[in-house]
Design a protein around this ligand. Structure first.
Ligand code: ADP
Ligand code: 5GP
Length: 199
């Protein structure tokens, strides 16, 4: 039996712990890979080009949009972000589950194009904790943190768009929940019925 790869869209406010949780989930499973996005944001001190993001100039980003190289793209707090199409399509064809860490406008674009994508919203246990994490990460100015907190509230108002909500109080447990969702989605009858009928 070979299961089809699924697209797993993970959204949540900046500082919710998406990168932390995705890293743990990808590390633990061979059937899950992470799609590295393109962004016009400047790298944070600990970020490496081609690991967290592909960092590009705005002109190159515009060119990628014009050439239809991005599966989705959006603006987030004055920067552009997008998902390279070729990598995602290749991995899905190979039967991999592909994780996208993207904000809600991008999640909605994916939902239109690929309605069977699984949509997960991840949040920290409280707004105070979100602020603490953004400050603790030490990579954003206080102005950028304020903008991200306002954006978080806006995203919470749309959270019922998602299929699942993970509360990231403990990162290991949150990664286990993410992994459990991927496993459950893999076992869906719609994913395996054709195989069963062909036995
Ligand atoms: P995101 O990718 O959603 O912006 P990060 O993964 O960068 O968030 O996490 C933001 C900050 O919160 C980081 O400093 C990270 O180490 C910390 N963090 C992540 N998950 C937890 C957790 N469960 N408990 C405490 N701190 C966490
Ligand atoms: P950050 O600057 O904190 O790394 O990311 C800011 C926001 O952009 C996060 O909500 C993250 O999920 C989102 N993001 C990252 N990559 C993409 C992408 O390719 N497309 C979209 N639409 N959002 C993205």
């Amino acid at each position: 039996m070979s299961d089809k790869g699924r697209l797993i869209v993970l959204s949540g406010p900046s500082g919710a712990g998406k990168s932390t949780v995705v890293f743990k989930a990808v590390e633990d499973r061979k059937d899950v890979c992470f799609s590295i996005s393109v962004t016009t944001r400047k790298p944070r001190p600990n970020e490496v080009d081609g690991r967290e993001y592909f960092f590009v100039e705005p002109d190159r980003f515009k060119e990628m949009v014009a050439n239809d190289e991005l599966l989705e793209h959006a603006e987030y707090v004055a920067n552009s972000y997008g998902t390279p199409r070729a990598y995602v399509e290749k991995q899905l064809e190979a039967g991999m589950n592909v994780l996208l860490d993207i904000e809600i406008q991008g999640a909605r674009q994916i939902h239109e194009k690929m309605p069977d994508a699984v949509k997960i919203f991840i949040v920290p246990p409280s707004m105070e904790e979100l602020k603490r994490r953004l400050e603790g990460r030490g990579t954003d100015t206080s102005r950028a943190i304020e903008a991200r907190l306002i954006r978080a509230r806006q995203e919470y108002a749309e959270a019922d768009f998602y299929d699942y909500i993970i509360v990231n109080d403990d990162a290991d447990r949150a990664a286990q929940e993410l992994s459990a969702i991927i496993t459950a989605e893999r076992c869906r009858a719609s994913n395996r019925i054709q195989w069963l009928k062909n036995l």
